[in-house]
Design a protein. Sequence first.
Length: 112
Amino acid sequence: MKNKDAVTALGALAHESRLAIYRLLVAAGHEGLAAGVIAERLHLPPATLSFHLKELSHAGLAISRQEGRYVIYTANFGNALKLVNYLTENCCGGNSYLPECAAVPAAAETAN
């Protein structure tokens, strides 16, 4: 991941509504949620939700797909993991023998 991509992703998450949307999508898993369901659960007007989903999609954190007349959104788990790995790649100065650093590579390996 490049610095610019990390800044874009972090910027997208640095808004209360977008963070709530993203956390809801993560909880929904790979099945995802229809835009209307997201709006209902978070009490967001459709235009506002659309703007926030566009920002998350542009940042590579959300993916949409058409299912009939519904647009289903899912969290982009691959890009989220890339962001976490980017943020922690120099954890503990490369001393992976430390307990707090040992879990970082293990989480990345299980996601691939």
